[in-house]
Design a protein around this ligand. Structure first.
Ligand SMILES: [Zn+2]
Length: 96
């Protein structure tokens, strides 16, 4: 990942993703990179009062985005888990 690719991901998010709860587009200041694992990037997306989490997988020039609505509590828990991430995705995304 270089800074060009990171910029590309930010653009992809801004151009392609909308808040599923109110339909607003995300702007750069509301997109936060929370963690990386090899070619997988975890972004927190904030809207006014809404949060979502985006998992971005980069394969060569191809960028795949999947999102999931989460509560602020979920985000805090997820962030904590990513901080201690040990490669176990099932654990990270396990619903409680
Ligand atoms: Zn929203």
């Amino acid at each position: 990942m270089n800074s060009n690719q990171l910029r590309q991901i930010y653009l992809e998010i801004q151009n392609n993703l909308r808040c599923t709860q109110c339909g607003r587009a995300y702007v750069a200041k509301n997109i936060h990179l929370r963690g990386t694992l090899k070619n997988i990037y975890f972004f927190q997306l904030n809207c006014e009062g809404h949060s979502a989490f985006a998992t971005i997988t980069v394969l060569g020039q191809q960028i795949n985005i999947s999102t999931e609505n989460v509560s602020t509590d979920d985000l805090l828990a997820l962030h904590e888990q990513l901080t201690n991430f040990n490669g176990n995705f099932k654990k990270v995304f396990k619903k409680t």
